[in-house]
Design a protein around this ligand. Structure first.
Ligand SMILES: [Zn+2]
Length: 688
């Protein structure tokens, strides 16, 4: 691995193949005039890089790259494999993936390839190797991007015969013999036992979706598909490193809600993580930033290879960006640990599937646009801040354990009906994101990390719907709480084994002594129904508002835990809903229902205060984030504090301690005013 990218970069995506060469100089000049430092190019240009099989044409791109060098723009280059050219598909139509309905998907868009088609893999490898070989020696490439938005729109999954054969091989490597597979998958249920590997099928929607598929098979098919995608990305990354050992490789992930694969597994194959930011508010952006940063061990800076700067083509009801919004989103990216923001895109394409996606320049390449004027005014300031904090780290004291595989076991992204008892429950939306949003609204930095990481340095850990009772989970949680940690767990903690089979033990399986309780039953609420949680009568603690839960209620049998809240309005009114237990030197709290972020916020203020984690009563849409970098002397670190206001009115945030405004040098303490859609960046020296 080559390590992390260096420095701060700001720029735009540019597609020279979309424009006559006479225009390139003016376009790239506009970027330099804006103060941009980087340009992102080449993804999707396969038909121009290899117009016919094995006939490579790099001369046009050499001219564009040389011009970038002339204008002082560094390059982030994408491999073009997300858009297989027409000649490739015409020659080998079985490259096209097959959907769960058994029908082969058609070309005409992008990402239309099967990961197990060797013809596609060879052609992809060919164009990547030829491109890297040709460009080797260039010193102005600051990062490589593999493919584009891998896994988007369920493209992780293909149901073709090649994939089925590969799935069988993957299962054989995992289970060795079919007897083990039958046992681990519970295939005796509904006579699904197989006698040989050739009888194993990819799980497809059965009986028009009225019956559920085997859940173990679904989970393994998800893992198999995720592994294949990571392998595809890793292969390209390895090939690029042959020619560019010093240039770090990433792949630009899309929003978490639209792509399904195990991010930690893929992160091991690339040098740094990145994601394309099309979120509509800063809470959504924060969550993605924290997950993407958490996919790598340690707190490494990430990148934002695409940042929305105009209405996108593929969504409805996206309003025109308001004055200051792009600047604020960029500052928020930096605040969340992103050391590059590349806007999408410099120019609106005049043709093709996305020609309604706006750009920074007008349709004729002119600069008389509102967004250009905003960036012209703000880029110098963004660079000053980005340069100052680049390479510094987010150091969260709170973590959310969010494992995507657990999400699959609760609410499958695969199109197979019947997952668990509630069709309404979303792992991400009901068990994970309310906790993240609550912490954001309290100005508490948080890492979102996969299961199995060392938790010792966190003051508070939220176990968000970790339904798989793996050995890793039990070991890390037990060690963390015993050692003095504060754990908060949601419904669906430790119910099933690694194959999504129920564990024949009281739940949370293997952890009932840590929580001092077990879950005896689960009630599911209808859409719109709520449950009220209140302090037990006579609890004698500081009054807090009643909480409101939705969707599911765990009925709890206590064995040492202390009731914090009880259900108040259903037939089990008066029974425990939230309970806390001392285990070793720490505490484990179990929250028996899905809370919205307002209720979580209320609950967490107490938890954070007990652990001496500072929190702020932030106004809506105001975000407080911190990064830590080297200080001016060895015993010091520099703390950078970002107060980002994504809202429509000026706000004031009160901070303890003395700070210096990073840009003006003005000394500040107490109330910090932040204008609407703007940010203030402060810094101070702290002991290490
Ligand atoms: Zn396939």
């Amino acid at each position: 691995m080559t390590g992390q990218p260096k420095g701060f970069h700001i720029g735009a995506s540019y597609y020279p193949e979309h424009w006559p060469q006479e225009r390139w100089e003016r376009d790239l000049g506009a970027m330099t005039d804006l103060g941009f430092t980087a340009v992102r190019m080449l993804e999707f240009a396969w038909s121009r890089l290899e117009p016919r099989p094995g006939e490579y044409r790099f001369d046009w791109f050499d001219r564009a790259a040389d011009l970038c060098e002339t204008f002082g723009l560094s390059m982030m280059l994408g491999t073009p494999t997300a858009a297989p050219p027409v000649w490739l598909i015409s020659a080998y139509p079985d490259i096209l993936p097959v959907g769960p309905d058994g029908l082969r998907r058609q070309p005409g868009g992008r990402r239309h390839y099967c990961l197990h088609n060797e013809r596609y893999r060879a052609a992809a490898r060919g164009v990547v190797e030829q491109l890297a070989n040709h460009l080797a020696g260039r010193t102005d490439i600051v990062a490589w991007q593999v493919d584009n938005e891998v896994g988007a729109y369920r493209s992780t999954f293909c149901y073709c015969d090649l994939c089925e054969a590969a799935f069988r091989r993957w299962l054989e490597a995992r289970y060795h013999d079919v007897a083990t597979l039958n046992q681990r998958w519970g295939t005796v249920f509904w006579s699904q036992e197989v006698r040989g590997w050739d009888e194993v099928q990819i799980p497809r929607p059965a009986m028009n979706g009225w019956t559920g598929s085997n859940k173990s098979a679904l989970l393994d098919f998800w893992r198999f598909s995720s592994d294949a995608l990571a392998d595809f990305v890793g292969d390209q990354a390895d090939a690029l490193r042959e020619w560019f050992p010093q240039v770090p490789v990433t792949t630009n992930w899309t929003s978490l809600t639209t792509a399904a694969f195990d991010r930690e597994v893929m992160a091991k194959r690339i040098d740094f993580t990145s994601w394309d930011n099309y979120e509509l508010d800063l809470y959504g952006a924060s969550f993605n930033h924290d997950v993407v940063r958490g996919a790598k061990h340690g707190s490494q800076p990430t990148w934002t290879p695409e940042q929305r700067c105009a209405p996108p083509d593929n969504r409805q009801h996206v309003p025109l960006l308001r004055e200051g919004e792009v600047t604020t989103m960029t500052l928020h990216n930096i605040a969340c640990g992103s050391d590059a923001t590349i806007y999408f895109r410099l120019e609106q394409a005049l043709f093709g599937a996305e020609n309604a996606h706006g750009g920074i320049l007008d349709r004729s390449g002119g600069t008389d646009t509102r967004i250009y004027r905003e960036l012209a005014s703000s880029v110098p300031r963004l660079r000053q801040i980005g340069d100052a904090v680049a390479g510094s780290q987010v150091r969260a004291r709170v973590a959310i354990v969010y494992d995507t595989t657990a999400g699959v076991a609760i609410t499958s992204p695969l199109p197979h009906l019947v997952k668990k008892r509630s069709q309404l429950l979303s792992h991400l939306e009901h068990l994970v994101r309310p906790y993240h949003r609550a912490l954001q609204s309290l100005g508490v930095d948080v890492d979102v990390i996969p299961c199995g990481r060392d938790l010792a340095h966190y003051d508070v850990v939220i176990l968000a719907g970790q339904v798989i009772a793996s050995g890793d989970l039990a070991t890390s949680v037990r060690k963390y709480v015993a050692g003095g940690g504060c754990l908060v767990a949601t419904p669906f903690t430790a119910h099933v084994d690694d194959n999504d089979n129920l564990v024949a033990a009281a739940v949370p399986a293997g952890l009932t002594d840590v929580f001092g309780l077990s879950v005896t039953d689960q009630d599911f609420l209808a859409d719109g129904e709520t449950v009220v949680l209140a302090r037990p009568v006579g609890a004698g603690e500081a009054p807090v508002p009643d909480l409101q839960g939705v969707l599911c209620c765990d009925l709890l049998r206590l064995a040492g835990a202390e009731v914090k809240f009880e259900y108040r309005n259903r037939w089990y009114a008066g029974t425990p809903a939230i309970a806390s237990h001392t285990y070793g030197r720490g505490t484990a709290m179990y929250v028996g229902t899905a809370l919205d972020h307002v209720a979580v916020r209320s609950l967490l203020t107490e938890v954070l205060a007990e652990r001496d984690v500072e929190w702020h009563d932030l106004p809506p849409d105001v975000h407080l984030r911190r990064r830590f970098g080297p200080g001016s002397g060895p015993p010091e670190v520099t703390e950078y504090v970002f107060v980002v206001n994504g809202g429509e009115v000026e706000q004031t945030v009160t901070l303890q301690g003395r700070y210096r405004d990073l840009l003006t040098g003005e000394e500040l303490d107490g109330a910090i005013g932040v204008k609407a859609r703007d940010a203030v960046v402060l810094c101070r020296a702290l002991p290490r």
